[in-house]
Ligand binder design. Structure first.
Ligand code: AMP
Length: 314
């Protein structure tokens, strides 16, 4: 696996290989969710590029940016063992050259949920994604369904700006007990870690309701919201049923949808969602995949040898 810091070097490495180039954009602090994206790219592409860049522009909260976990050596070990061919680790000056003023903005799609609680977030995401797609020129790019609104925004961006790139959405990987994997989970102390389960618990309760025929948006939203609000240590921000394509709020599950939640647990802000599909007029819920073992996010032994034996998902 090669590690490069410039777009030109990355393109030059990719040009040596024939067949599709797959890109997995990340901010590092890798966990099994990121590794599942690399594995999916590995299955479909001849050359797998992972980018590793903590994009300050998408953090409204400077504290969240400063506290974001960083461990390059560990990330490189894990990326190699998951099958990445190339890791792109740019300097700030590569991503935002002196005098840089161009930004990507979205109308309509980015105003609710994360857009309203994190003003400027999607401008930051859109801008960095455009730079990565333009600079690295992949054929496919892999994103997690864990960030459902981001996935919708990126799909829209690629269509609107005519990038000849296929965006692949991959299932949310969860810890054994249901908590969606996130680099921010590292910052949860044991009490907060327990409280954080309210996000997935609320979503799964709503999922059970939806699968038994409840398609009313406000009822599903309230179900998830109440579980979070009733859990000590959890400050819910929203529970919203939205259309998968446009990420606008909808009143019924009458098209492919997702139910997204966000909450603060102490100083850590977490998001999660389930995807709801319509199959022959019934709702089928994608709750994501559960790890059968402890995540590499916490495993020191794993960090030393990079072994992936322990991280099969069910
Ligand atoms: P991040 O490093 O948080 O920006 O995430 C990089 C990519 O990994 C994004 O496409 C995320 O949606 C995806 N991702 C993050 N957490 C998970 C997860 N638990 N399961 C699947 N994909 C994830």
């Amino acid at each position: 696996m090669k590690v490069v810091a410039t777009f030109a070097r990355a393109r030059s490495e990719s040009s040596k290989v024939s067949g599709p180039i797959g890109l997995v954009p990340t901010m590092g602090s890798l966990h099994d969710g990121h590794l599942s994206l690399i594995e999916e790219a590995r299955r479909e592409c001849s050359h797998v590029v992972m980018s590793l860049y903590i994009n300050a522009l998408q953090f409204g909260d400077i504290e969240d940016f400063e506290r974001y976990p960083r461990d390059l050596e560990r990330d490189l070990r894990l990326a190699a063992s998951a099958g990445a061919d190339l890791v792109f680790v740019p300097e700030d000056s590569t991503m935002y050259p002196e005098g840089d003023v161009s930004r990507v903005s979205f109308k309509g799609i980015s105003e609710i949920m994360e857009g309203s609680f994190r003003p400027g977030h999607f401008e930051g995401v859109g801008t960095v994604v455009v730079k990565l797609l333009a600079g690295l020129q992949p054929d496919r790019a892999y994103f997690g369904r864990k960030d459902a609104q981001q996935l919708a925004v990126v799909r829209r961006l690629v269509r609107d700006l005519a990038f000849p790139i296929r965006i692949v959405g991959c299932p949310t990987v969860r810890e054994k007990d249901g908590l969606a994997l996130s680099s921010r989970n590292l910052r949860l102390d044991p009490k907060c870690r327990e409280s954080a389960l309210a996000l997935s618990r609320g979503l799964f309760e709503a999922a059970d309701l939806a699968e038994s025929g409840e398609i009313d948006g406000p009822i599903l939203e309230r179900t998830a919201m109440n579980v979070m609000a009733d859990t000590l240590g959890v400050e819910p921000e929203y529970a919203t049923l939205a259309d998968q394509i446009n990420a606008v709020r909808i009143s019924h599950v009458d098209r492919p949808a997702f139910l997204a939640v966000a909450a603060r647990i102490g100083r850590v802000r977490l998001i999660d969602n389930i995807h709801l599909e319509l199959v022959e007029r019934s709702v089928v819920v994608d709750r994501g995949l559960r790890l059968s073992h402890k995540s590499v996010l916490y495993d020191d032994a794993m960090q030393q040898d990079g072994s992936l034996e322990n991280r099969r998902v069910s």
